[in-house]
Design a protein around this ligand. Sequence first.
Ligand code: NAI
Ligand code: MG
Length: 814
Amino acid sequence: MNKIAQIFETLEYGPAPEAAQPALDWLASHGNKFGHYIDGKWTAPGKTFASTNPANGKALADVTEGTREDVDKAVKAARAAFKTWSALSGYERGKYLYAIARAVQKHSRLFAVLETLDNGKPIRESRDVDIPLVARHFYHPAGWAQQLSRAFPGMVPYGVCGQIIPWNFPLLMLAWKIAPALAAGNTVILKPAEFTSLTALLFAEICDRAGLPKGVVNIITGEGPTGQAMVAHPGIDKIAFTGSTEVGKAIRAATAGSGKGLSLELGGKSPYLVFEDADLDSAIEGLVDAIWFNQGQVCCAGSRLLVQESIEEKFLAKLKKRMATLRVGDPLDKAVDIGALVAPVQVERVRDLVKKGVAEGGTLYEPDIDLPKGGCFLRPALISDISPANTVATEEIFGPVLVEMSFRTPEEGIALANNTRYGLAATLWSENINLALDIAPKIKAGVVWINGTNQFDAAVGFGGYKESGFGREGGKEGMAVYLKPAWEKALKSAAARTSSFDKLRMRSSTSASGSPHGEPVEPRGRGNPLDTAAIDQTAKMYIGGKQVRPDSGYSRPVFGAGGALIGEVGDGNRKDIRNAVEAARAALGWGTTAAHNRAQILFFLAENLDYRRKEFADRLRAETGATAAAANKEVDAAIERLFAFAGWADKYDGTVHNPPTRAIAAAMVEPIGVIGIVAPQELPLLGSIALLAPAVAMGNPVVLVPSAAHPLSITDLYQVIETSDVPAGVINIVTGDAEVLAKTLAEHDGIDAMWFCGSAEASALVEKASIGNLKQTWTSRGLSFDLADADKFNGAYFLAKSTQVKNIWIPYGA
Ligand code: NAI
Ligand code: MG
């Protein structure tokens, strides 16, 4: 008989199921019922809910709904454990991580089967992708733990971290969160997603077996309210979240003003660009991985196919043919490509979005393949004939649904790719290296894969631009989000502050008020304006390289140290901010200006300020009543700061990773975009320069609101800026009420990051106002940040906040 030959022809083969029994036995050994894992012990199960197998709807086990009391208990345990855990040597902590990695490998099949049962993903993926990456994500930070003091000098762990993860890669997301946090010396409370708690519970048992000290890792199961209780708990120092953008924004709002560290890894609508010269067969196989890996429930899924028009027809024909060969079925079957979605609610969500796509004019293609009966199965789907504004083109579908559009020129392709509020990942296919390397940097996303897709490695950072969140996971960047400078952790509220300049600033009106970050100082008396030569003109604003009058037509008086009127500045409003943001966005090309050229311009600025040092020192004395020595010192420090960041411009840059695949990952350090800066009230000149210099050095145009009490040092700077070749729009200055303008800036979608110096209350408002487009914020929260301190602020502190890392994966080597 020629049966084998026939099989070669039809490629039909029978089922090859992986046994479920070992995982079911493990669940049974816990009576199919779990409490939380807190302080190294299992709590008695409380009110429970079922964790089910989405492939057949059967309950696997009952897990406990975490209450506020449970969270509190876990925080206490984690706090107690932090003392000893953070005091261990990095080598000791690394050994625990190493032991966990080994144990994961030793029990890899049990983890894979349990993951597949609970989540519905094909065993081929949990076995070959998820679990090996989990082990790798423990090995990698184990090394960082040992090198901590050398690689991150002066940095200390946050303390207790609350970590909330989604259901699409349950154990992998746990590893991404727990491993770097522990390596850095934090202790953690982790909440798995309600649909997929089981591998996290198995992991707890592994920690136990590895002899991890009690309280270092605590696992609490539960739904949204349990997560909310973690976010609200005052004993948690940092929240790390992966999940929907909607919940990410809610967490940003809930943590505003709390001082908690925050990193967010959110949704995406990642473009998958295929150029006409691409290797189409490879691009098709890549696409299968991009959108049907894990049923499309992948934050960085290549869910938006953009094909060059000249090959569109041919490519779609090939794609449909390939889709028809995908096998949807029992996730435990080793020969299955597409398993079950995580839960019925997700199936409904995806179906609704597909319906909407069709209702809005899209054409739906689904191959005629059999689906298993029962269970959360969907066919792979393609929606074409859509326009960029359609719901399915903009919303994350999070299912096996690809949407397709075409483009004509590379420029159009880039514009379409970037036409999204997200910026997690992008894929591009072209055999032309010039084209590929031209496009990759122009795409606003944290990861770009060239001629490949969905590649991950623990040594390579992963995370988003724009509304895909902030912070990175993996690599050195992934460690940095679990560490902060020791001095920052020790900061007190500003009232207790002694600036290195205070001693010299005896007569300064602001330091005399005792509240350098507080409200503008009330003038003590109003001199006759006609007595002051300085107010023969009102200082204008500086927008788009031009001095402009305020839109309001109002001016604000500026009083000097003695209370005399020493000048007037424009009273900026919403319209002025809008104009300044527009000018700054028009200057975004500054970010791709060669670092050497940016440095030259900053050096020139420093040099030109140096020429006028006396004038600026006199101005400072008039504004604040500073002694000559203090005023000179501030001017000198401002010049030095400009030199420092001119010098940094071509040094704070990226690296090249060698992940264990046939590729390199070029970690490019890119500017964040337009940064809104509200300078402190004190240090009228240096306070602004300290923030402006790093932002501009790294390629970010800025909208600066100088000290409201003493704005004249900065309005004087226009002439220096104008004579220093700073391109129009790179530095924009709006004077006025700092807090009012801060709120307007924080709410503006054209601002990508927001830095604010001011009180704790105003900082909270700024953080809350920033959620619209998920700005990265830095606020001083009324703490005693001393921007005059060159040791702290001439270095990486603000450079890191001025930049984000994009990893470009490039096929390389044999
Ligand atoms: P979700 O964002 O609600 O859930 C993620 C995690 O956050 C879970 O552990 C959940 O219990 C927790 N959570 C929910 N509300 C919370 C709150 N207010 N405070 C603190 N924690 C909270 O995601 P969900 O509802 O499971 O999925 C809905 C959609 O979100 C998906 O269809 C998909 O579009 C998107 N999503 C995106 C993910 C990504 O990685 N990009 C991951 C999961 C979901
Ligand atoms: Mg489940």
